[in-house]
Ligand binder design. Structure first.
Ligand code: SF4
Length: 322
């Protein structure tokens, strides 16, 4: 791997008042131009990990250990002015709900102009750049969009505006937090295709957060699987999809609809629910749901280790006989 664009080391995120650990010793890198998917159920820590990169953790939650190295700086310990200049400019984010990023009472053109001017000051060609940005993301009438308010657009079109806004300053890394989840399948495919196209055109790095392993199959180079606040498997998209080694990843794959299963009635979901990360202690967090669990799993924390396919945190890999 070339030297990383961003390197997350032992990131730990906890609640501020009672120090409950929500993300535990998470480490990964993203290379320039690489797309990485982070997959996990609700509460796995995937969104908090992404928000840590931007210094946008919600109130009452804080990074309590680790580092996030970007361009010679540790983003966890840099000043707010530096973070603000990196946000949008170098690292941008698109959200599940575009209204998180858009101001409902401001015309769209003015909102994008504001993004340019807040980072670059007054710019004579700002209007032209905004119209080009709207056109690049497939908005049919950029001039009309420029004068419109967010509520005048459909959900899919608002996502396109948010993507235009995120790409406006040509970031090196785009973080996408489930941006297609609320959209119907056809629009979802259009937005995925748009993001893939823009990523390739710009050779931009990407971190795609999702609960749906199927979404990242054609979208990323590498997959990180999170469970109860920890990374449990990492590998190339090909290895994770064809030869998963962690039983949780294997379970997620088994629950994806198969193209051959025309009526899609035989989905197998993993029984049970994930534990709260702070309740796990020295055991495998997946042990209560895992058919391969034994006493070792219930009393010892498995750490990520290399195997013939991926890196997985499991004592009894799928490729090993039980
Ligand atoms: Fe299952 Fe044990 Fe592996 Fe955890 S360590 S995933 S309980 S086999």
């Amino acid at each position: 791997m070339s030297s990383p664009l961003i390197k997350v080391s032992n990131l730990t995120v906890s609640t501020s008042d009672d120090n409950r650990t929500l993300v535990n010793s998470v480490s990964f890198e993203i290379a320039p131009g690489e797309a990485v998917g982070v997959v996990g159920e609700s509460g796995s820590g995937k969104t908090l990990t992404a928000l840590s990169l931007l210094g946008l953790l919600p109130r009452g939650v804080q990074a309590t250990a680790g580092s996030i190295s970007y361009d010679g700086k540790d983003l966890l310990h840099t000043d707010s002015e530096t973070l603000r200049s990196i946000r949008g400019n170098k690292i941008a984010m698109i959200y599940q709900d575009p209204m998180t990023a858009l101001n409902p009472v401001m015309r769209l053109g003015a909102q994008l102009i504001e993004v340019i001017e807040s980072h670059e000051g007054q710019s004579g060609d700002a209007t032209e750049r905004v119209l080009t940005a709207f056109s690049d993301v497939g908005i049919p009438d950029p001039k009309r969009a420029y004068e419109s308010y967010p509520h005048e657009f459909s959900g899919g079109m608002r996502q396109r505006v948010m993507i235009a806004m995120a790409l406006l300053l040509s970031p090196e890394l785009l973080i996408a937090d489930e941006p297609t989840t609320a959209l119907d399948v056809t629009i979802q495919q259009q937005i995925l295709a748009l993001v893939m196209h823009e990523r390739r055109k710009r050779n931009m790095s990407m971190l795609w957060i999702t609960h749906d392993l199927g979404v990242v199959a054609n979208l990323v180079d590498r997959v990180i699987v999170m469970y109860a606040g920890r990374i449990v498997e990492v590998g190339s998209v090909k290895d994770v999809f064809t030869n998963p080694q962690h039983p949780y990843t294997a379970g997620l794959l088994a629950s994806l609809p198969k193209a051959s299963d025309k009526n899609r009635t035989r989905l197998v979901s993993i029984p049970g629910i994930p534990p709260k990360p702070w309740t796990v202690g020295e055991s495998c967090a997946f042990s209560a749901r895992c058919t391969r669990a034994d006493d070792q799993c219930r009393t010892t924390l498995p750490l990520l280790r290399e195997n013939s396919s991926t890196q997985a945190a499991c004592f009894h890999l799928m490729g090993e006989k039980r």
